[in-house]
Design a protein around this ligand. Structure first.
Ligand code: ADQ
Length: 755
């Protein structure tokens, strides 16, 4: 593998998964080599990534601490995401593998839940989302994988509404009765609904998901189409929940079966096992969902009963080490090894095992040889998303011999109809299925295997990925109604370009200079009553307002009176409060009538609605100490800046949930605030109206918040939008902080003065 770093590139298709498809190996000279790592998802995606022009994979490299630099491997760019040791414990081993995994697999073991695990899950998901959003080309596709990253689709959508987002769940999705036990269940659903397409292994998984969305979020559902309402006046979105049963790279497996060395190895394996008449094989990650204990129990009983003769039949159990730091997995390993030891002690002939137990990984060649040697493969999962081992076995049997015993609780059972089907919980059923498999005549084996092979050859992993991406192309129309992103993340044209833009702008005869207040003309502070404006910035604005051909406005989410109190501007400066809903007195030379359409119009009905919203927000604030409610003439605002601990996030969550029930209210989430306005307006509408009222030829606007995007999004090429701080924006330029704003404003005053 090559390891040329390739940062800063943008990609057509970006896969996001917990793990990168490679493992680091340290060479004797201390250098790092990357080798492809095994596992269901990796096997599946590897072949697909080779078929696109520019593919990237975002994921964790597998060891805690700092992440390696991006690098290239097998024709795709890999972007490692860092996870600290504590995050590995809480996000990965904790919430992913000790909460979600057991809950999604029918609570075979008890799910554990800790709130700090959830916090780590949110933080880690955010990091993956940010990394993916930064490397996806405009209008590109992001494909998020699996239960560890269920919040990522929504998090990507927040900053990249231009991309199509798909999510595929590799594991089952539980029935709503079980799913409802999950604390934070609604957040998980909303995270997933950030996707355009949510894919599942089985029909029942998709149905369970849709039912949960309907029951827990109350969204409208039509078959597999879910309508996700927009907040307030934002448009609704359609999300499709569909079934895409995953498969394997059938051709690659077939090619291995042609390899003479592998064929010889299969014969050798049989000899090594003492040339038994039959070899029965199990291959699983050592996981409690795979039904290994049930399988061993059935096998032990068959030997006890004398129904199977250990001199004629050998069982091979490959159990790949897995999640060994999670308690349930340690226990499982102990139990399995104890049982294998007992069976061998009781039944193994001298010099030969009754169960050959292998607790390690093998390469694909050795695995194929094992499948070729096995007369019967047992897949007895108690619950399994798909189970690729079943498909790999079928693909390995070009000779059309061999028998697959398959649990009805594995996703593969929906497609592999010609297998011998079992309910692994029913040990008697399992025993008789194994006996049937051992005795199945060659002709019947051939008949079943031919049918199974047709299924696996026709539906390989390439077809799976193609179907998923095609569905995504069809439904996921990038939102054209939303504000465009001119500068992503931390992009900026730089100080020279900004200086030139300011000079050009200063030449325009009639200008409107407008600015947000908090975070732009004053640093953000925890106590919003204690805000301190930058006097030199305000001074420059005052000076501009006195000049001919310049109109000046302060545009804030604060109530008008509050803005006035903190800025004390002269009457030459227009104040716009409550995100455009309140417009203060205009200087006499402006055309006040133009503003009428944007002005505040309250009706009795709206007053009632506002009162009811205010009451609800007070209830939410009371439940989350530190959260506060502010009331404005046409809006109520929940402030969460001072909420303690997790209270801020929880209060915001409760407010947004409430917002879903208010279709006619403009809900504007900002930095630790959520505003509910009963009049339909925005900063953008207000600034546009002011530009008309002042007959301005061009607008200079400065803002730092998401609410300022409604202004930036309306600006044309003559206008000058300046975003303060990081984040995707529709502004043309970016500066770091209020100090840099001061320089911009004093420079503009200077340029106009000398013009
Ligand atoms: P897994 O639970 O990991 O995947 P599975 O589908 O069986 O389960 O895939 C395991 C893969 O690992 C197979 O390719 C298998 O050959 C390989 N493997 C197992 N033991 C091995 C060993 N000792 N050495 C080398 N390779 C070994 C999750 C879901 C599944 C779903 C997949 C893909 O739990 O239900 O099928 O994702 O979506």
């Amino acid at each position: 593998m090559t390891e040329a770093p390739r940062p800063d590139a943008l990609h057509e298709l970006v896969v996001v998964a917990n793990r990168l498809p490679v493992d680091a190996r340290t060479l004797p000279d201390g250098a790092t080599e990357w080798v492809t790592s095994p596992g269901g998802l990796v096997t599946a995606m590897e072949s697909v990534m080779r078929t696109v022009d520019s593919g990237a994979w975002v994921g964790w490299a597998g060891s805690a601490g700092e992440a390696p630099e991006p690098f290239e491997a097998d024709g795709m760019s890999l972007y490692p995401v860092a996870l600290a040791q504590e995050e590995v414990e809480k996000y990965y081993e904790g919430f992913s593998n000790a909460t979600l995994w057991p809950l999604y697999h029918d609570v075979i073991v008890d799910p554990e839940f800790h709130r700090t695990w959830w916090d780590a899950y949110v933080a880690a998901n955010r990091r993956f989302a940010k990394a993916a959003a930064a490397v996806t080309e405009p209008g590109g596709i992001v494909w998020v994988h699996d239960y560890q990253l269920q919040l990522v689709p929504q998090m990507i959508r927040e900053t990249r509404s231009d991309v199509r987002i798909g999510f595929f769940n590799h594991i089952p999705f539980p029935p709503v009765e079980l799913f409802s036990q999950l604390p934070k269940r609604n957040q998980i659903l909303r995270g997933l609904l950030g996707s355009d397409v949510v894919g599942f292994q089985r029909e029942s998984d998709a149905q369970n998901f849709v039912a949960a969305v309907r029951k827990l979020l109350g969204h409208h559902v039509d078959g597999q189409r879910i309508t996700v309402p927009g907040l307030g006046s934002a448009p609704a979105r359609e999300v499709v929940a569909h079934t895409f049963p995953i498969s394997i790279d059938t051709q690659a497996v077939s090619a291995l079966t042609e390899d003479e060395q592998i064929r010889a190895r299969a014969r050798q394996l049989r000899e090594d096992l003492g040339n038994p008449e039959k070899i029965v094989l199990g291959v699983d990650r050592l996981d409690y969902t795979k039904g290994i204990r049930h399988r061993l129990k059935a096998w032990g009983e068959l030997l006890n009963d004398g129904a199977v003769d250990p001199r004629e039949v050998v069982m091979v159990q490959v159990a790949t080490p897995s999640r060994e730091r999670v308690e349930a997995y340690r226990q499982l390993r102990d139990e399995v090894e104890l049982t294998v030891g007992r069976i061998n002690g009781d039944h193994a002939p001298i010099g030969r095992p009754a169960v050959s137990y292998l607790h390690r990984s093998f390469d694909r060649r050795e695995m194929t040889a094992l499948f070729m040697a096995a007369d019967v493969v047992l897949v007895t999962a108690l619950r399994d998303g798909m189970n690729l081992v079943a498909k790999e076995y079928v693909a390995s049997r070009a000779d059309e011999q061999g028998v697959l015993v398959l649990s009805e609780f594995a996703g593969a059972a929906d497609e592999l109809r010609a297998a011998i089907r079992v309910n692994p919980h029913d040990i008697d059923d399992l025993k008789s299925a194994i006996l049937r498999a051992l005795k199945l005549p060659e002709e019947e084996q051939r008949e079943a295997m031919t049918s199974l092979r047709r299924q696996v050859v026709d539906h390989d992993v390439q077809a799976w990925a193609h179907a998923f991406l095609q569905e995504l192309e069809q439904v996921g129309r990038p939102e054209s109604t939303t504000v465009p992103v001119r500068l992503a993340g931390n992009e900026a044209p730089g100080p020279d370009a900004l200086a030139a833009a300011l000079e050009a702008f200063a030449e325009v005869p009639r200008i409107l200079v407008a600015s947000d207040f908090d975070g732009v003309l004053a640093p953000i502070v925890a106590d919003r009553h204690a805000v301190e404006a930058d006097h030199r910035s305000l001074g420059a604005l005052r000076e501009l307002a006195e000049m001919d051909g310049a109109a000046v406005a302060l545009v804030s989410g604060r109530a008008l009176t509050n803005l006035d109190h903190h800025t004390r501007m002269p009457s030459s400066v227009v104040l716009v409060g409550s995100h455009g809903a309140e417009v203060g007195a205009l200087p006499p030379w402006m055309h006040a009538e133009v503003l009428d359409s944007a002005a505040l119009t309250m009706t009795e009905e709206k007053e009632h609605l506002l009162a009811s919203i205010t009451r609800t927000l007070h209830r939410i604030a009371a439940a989350h100490p530190g959260a506060e409610v502010e009331t404005k003439p046409a809006a109520a605002v929940l402030h969460t800046r001072n909420a303690r601990g997790r209270g801020g996030t929880n209060a915001t969550e409760a407010a947004l949930e409430y917002a879903q029930t208010l279709p006619d209210v403009t809900v504007t989430p900002g930095k630790e605030v959520v505003e509910f306005s009963v009049v339909d307006t925005s900063k953008g509408i207000a600034v546009e109206a002011l530009a008309r009222a002042s007959a301005a030829d061009a607008i200079l606007y400065l803002g730092d918040d998401v609410t300022d995007e409604s202004v930036f999004g309306r600006l044309g090429e003559r206008d000058l939008g300046i975003k303060v701080g990081e984040g995707d924006t529709a502004a043309h330029h970016r500066v770091a902080d209020p100090e840099a704003v001061r320089e911009v404003l004093t420079r503009m005053a200077e340029l106009r003065r000398s013009a």
